[in-house]
Design a protein around this ligand. Structure first.
Ligand code: NDP
Length: 337
């Protein structure tokens, strides 16, 4: 069986690919450039015969996926990971909303057009951003589940700040996918969607440099030598290895078809620095102390990731372990760059 993974060079896809290869699947990754394909291939030297790449320069163009689906062995599962995840943007439509939404629909169209009869399921990497109603703030006493949707519209997102626009891009892209599968039963595959809050944990192969990090890892690195512990922005996280486990399980577990999963647990920066200062001796003097009880008393919404445990068999990695591994790879990255 071959699994197609879009955005194969990303932090998140790295772990999906790693787990899929270890489980014996063939993986075909899509990336925008030859250089990204080479770099990603180099991460999996023991699995080179199972791993191939297709260059998809524009994820919004259905025809760009033709060769990705037509190569053999046939693609049976699609993991859609590619989506703009940047906050430094000039134009919310061009840089965030349009590629996310049109890219999400294009991969479904391509799976139908070029993978008909072979593709069984598409697994979308959505986000807690697609679930949270940011206007409600920290919302003490509220529990977010898969029943919740980010209510921001496309028009509202055009004028919003980039964090809100990114969140809307994930919600609108996921909605577009559910609408598409509802209208295309003849496509012969179903959809599962996974929504993690901040994704932390180590990168496959480590971080190349701390000078250019993906958005979520950059948040942890910003705390090195900082004076203050940041206030909570989003009160949830998923370890990247848990996310990959949930993604593969969402492909393999029959009942996961047609389901959304919130894969996440509580997060706050105080708990992150507490864990780093305690578990990584080199960081004791480099992470701000803050107020070690703050994380425990701060009132925020609850992120309920229990459906993924029940249906997908996910056992969550602790915040302490995830932070320890994240911080250690950042220290190693510092030595490299
Ligand atoms: P990365 O920045 O590592 O990966 C983003 C990926 O998307 C890259 O492969 C990138 O390709 C691709 N991409 C971005 N914009 C475009 C575009 N316009 N056209 C084609 N490809 C594009 O971040 P993550 O690994 O963290 O993100 C992967 C996925 O996980 C995204 O869908 C993101 O929304 C989701 N997610 C991440 C969370 C996190 O905290 N990390 C939280 C929740 C969801 P290129 O390298 O060529 O730019």
């Amino acid at each position: 069986q071959t699994l197609l993974v879009t955005g194969a060079n990303s932090f998140v896809a790295g772990h999906i690919i790693k787990l899929a290869l270890e489980k014996g699947y063939n993986v075909r990754g899509t990336v925008r450039t030859e250089a990204a394909a080479e770099k990603t291939k180099a991460l999996f030297p023991q699995h080179s015969s199972q791993l191939s790449f297709t260059i998809v320069p524009d994820i919004t163009k259905v025809e760009n996926y033709e060769s990705a689906f037509s190569a053999s062995p046939a693609v049976t599962g699609v993991f859609h990971v590619a989506s703009p995840f940047v906050f430094d943007v000039e134009d919310n439509a061009k840089d965030l909303l349009d590629p996310a939404i049109q890219g999400a629909v294009a991969i479904l169209e391509a799976a139908k057009k070029y993978g008909a009869g072979k593709v069984r399921r598409v697994i979308n990497t959505s986000s807690f951003a697609a679930i949270i109603d940011i206007a409600q703030g920290h919302r003490p006493g509220y529990t977010y589940t898969e029943a919740d949707w980010n209510p921001m519209t496309y028009d509202e997102a055009l004028k919003a700040d980039s964090v809100k626009a990114y969140c809307a891009s994930k919600g609108l892209a996921e909605k577009a996918m559910w609408d598409w599968v509802a209208e295309h039963e003849e496509a012969g595959f179903d959809l599962a969607s996974i929504s993690p809050p901040w994704v932390f944990g180590p990168h496959v192969g480590g971080v190349e440099t701390v000078k250019k990090l993906n958005e979520s890892t950059a948040l942890l690195y910003k705390m090195f030598d900082a004076e203050k512990v940041p206030a909570t922005d989003f009160a949830g996280f998923a370890d990247v290895r848990d996310l990959a486990f949930a993604q593969l399980a969402a492909f393999e577990v029959p009942e996961a078809g047609g389901q959304r999963f919130l894969v996440g647990q509580h997060f706050d920066y105080q708990s992150a620095v507490d864990a780093g200062r305690e578990l990584v001796p080199e960081l004791k003097s480099r992470l701000p102390e803050g107020n070690p009880s703050y994380g425990k008393i701060e009132e925020t919404y609850v992120v309920d990731g229990s459906k993924a445990s029940k249906l997908l068999g996910l056992k969550y990695t602790s915040l302490e372990e995830s932070m320890k591994d994240s911080f250690i790879e950042l220290l190693e990255g510092e030595k490299r760059a």
